[in-house]
Design a protein around this ligand. Structure first.
Ligand SMILES: Cc1cc2nc3c(=O)[nH]c(=O)nc-3n(C[C@H](O)[C@H](O)[C@H](O)COP(=O)(O)OP(=O)(O)OC[C@H]3O[C@@H](n4cnc5c(N)ncnc54)[C@H](O)[C@@H]3O)c2cc1C
Length: 294
């Protein structure tokens, strides 16, 4: 297997073009090396290291968004001050996933590129909203985050496209965030909930719920969000009493090694209830965006 280390997007795309069928991008290599070792990767004759591409690593504010280089490692995102101020859910998600070894080697671009539906950063990203920027020899395009995952292990990225950056929308001041998950096996997490809410006079004035693991792709639960608006902490249980059929309908869960569809919907609904309670109670793993933070 040939290895190249391009310094620019254009150079990376030239390497890809030179070995159309056999070239693969990699960053931390967690998934790619595993697939090579287990011979799960069909035909791989060259590897393109994306970490030295200009702009591939780091977090910056730009045009009202936060730009994240795809080769930025999970641990770097979890400890970044701009992420803490503007993208607190993404920070929590990257700080919770896997183990420290995975977080210091794995990258957000590798997580998105691998395309698994049990994605912690992907679930947080659908709550923030934004775009995945893709580059190919034929040109560039932006895919809205909520359209990037298209099904289990499937994303809207062609074989000839490089993830150039991920751009997410900051939460405004006063939002409280909770990222919660249940891991029945070591990997992957069975159910993930990423929730952001704005609390006024002890009631949820606005709420966004992202769910992952159970649905075939990370997604917002808009029907359940509507049930929670206006709720105080003592009203969450009643407001969500009839939520399970809505969750069931939205996520279209399927049975697999992690459990039956019914069990997973029940688990996810329970996680949503717990996250809403924690949001309002302002305890536990939540983080409040400070006033003045964008
Ligand atoms: C033990 C273990 C536990 C884990 N637990 C969790 C968890 O709890 N939650 C969770 O969300 N995830 C979890 N993961 C997944 C983890 O987040 C990913 O393995 C990691 O982020 C992959 O990053 P990488 O840079 O090593 O990817 P790589 O292996 O380098 O690449 C992965 C894929 O992305 C493609 N790719 C990489 N960079 C680009 C690019 N710039 N453009 C286009 N394609 C690109 C590669 O071609 C490949 O297909 C776990 C993984 C392991 C091994």
């Amino acid at each position: 297997v040939r290895l190249s280390r391009p310094a620019s997007v254009e150079e990376a795309l030239r390497h890809l073009e030179a070995d159309r069928d056999g070239a693969r991008f990699y960053a931390g290599g967690l998934e790619v090396v595993f697939a090579l070792r287990t011979r799960a990767l069909e035909r791989c004759t060259s590897l393109i290291d994306t970490k030295r591409i200009r702009g591939a690593v780091g977090v910056s504010r730009t045009d009202g968004h936060v730009r994240i280089g795809p080769a930025t490692r999970h641990h770097a995102i979890a400890t970044d001050p701009v992420v803490a101020a503007d993208l607190p859910l993404l920070g929590l998600a990257c700080g919770r996933l896997g183990t420290m070894r995975i977080r210091v080697q794995g990258t957000i671009g590798g997580n998105f590129g691998h395309g698994h539906q049990h994605t912690d950063p992907g679930t947080a990203a659908v709550v923030h909203g934004g775009w995945v920027e893709l580059a190919a020899t034929g040109g560039r395009r932006s895919v809205p985050i909520e359209e990037f995952w298209t099904g289990p292990y499937q994303v809207a990225r062609g074989r000839d496209e490089l993830i150039e950056s991920i751009r997410l929308r900051p939460l405004g001041a006063g939002w409280v965030v909770v990222h919660d998950r249940v891991e029945l096996l070591h990997r992957p997490p069975t159910a993930i909930v990423s929730m952001a809410g704005r609390v006024e006079d002890g009631r949820l004035a606005e709420v966004r719920i992202g769910v992952g693991g159970v649905p075939p792709r990370p997604m917002r639960l808009s029907a359940v969000e509507r049930l929670l608006v206006g709720c105080g902490v003592g009203e969450v249980r009643d407001a969500l009493a009839a939520a399970e059929p809505l969750v069931d309908q939205a996520v279209a869960a399927a049975a697999d090694d992690l459990g039956s569809a019914e069990f997973k919907v029940c688990l996810l609904t329970g996680l949503v209830r717990r996250a809403a309670g924690r949001l309002l109670d302002r305890h536990g793993g939540e983080r409040v965006v400070p006033a003045g933070g964008r």
